[in-house]
Design a binder for this molecule. Sequence first.
Ligand SMILES: [Zn+2]
Length: 174
Amino acid sequence: MYMGSRVSLGLKGCAVGVSLLLASRGAIAQQVLNLGPLPGVGQVTEILEPGTGQGFSGLATIYMGQPVIFYDNVWVQYFGGLGSPGFRFIRAHEYAHHFRGHVLAQLSSPPQMLPTLGYNAELDADCAAVRYLRRAGDPVAIQAGYQIYQTIVPPQDMNGRPGSIVRINNMKGC
Ligand SMILES: [Zn+2]
């Protein structure tokens, strides 16, 4: 399993809370997630944005001077919700940006678009996520990562970001 049962229960609670809010309002406010640390890695503040489904799915930043990961709720729902294999991949990837010392965008307001991180930082974060998920015994999340890239990332490199062909080849070598 990917996490201990206590953490899984927490994730389930969160997902239920979010879907109830979605059902009643049609949109949600910004929400600080309470997922606990990424086991064996550490804790970064994680914020779920109502989102647009057009820019980032997850984004590692320095926000008001603190390490923060933003998630776009439209993408998170598309991947299957908080705690889903796709979310676990994105989460491991964003944690890798923080814990592998990548240069991150400094923001003072919630992100509106996708700041470009380094090309090699993206590949490094993918590789670190694959290695982490393999160690954590979560191959389903790695498979979900392949699927996400095949589905939402253009095949060729674009705007300084690696395309899905490069990303998936890189991940298979990690
Ligand atoms: Zn990234």
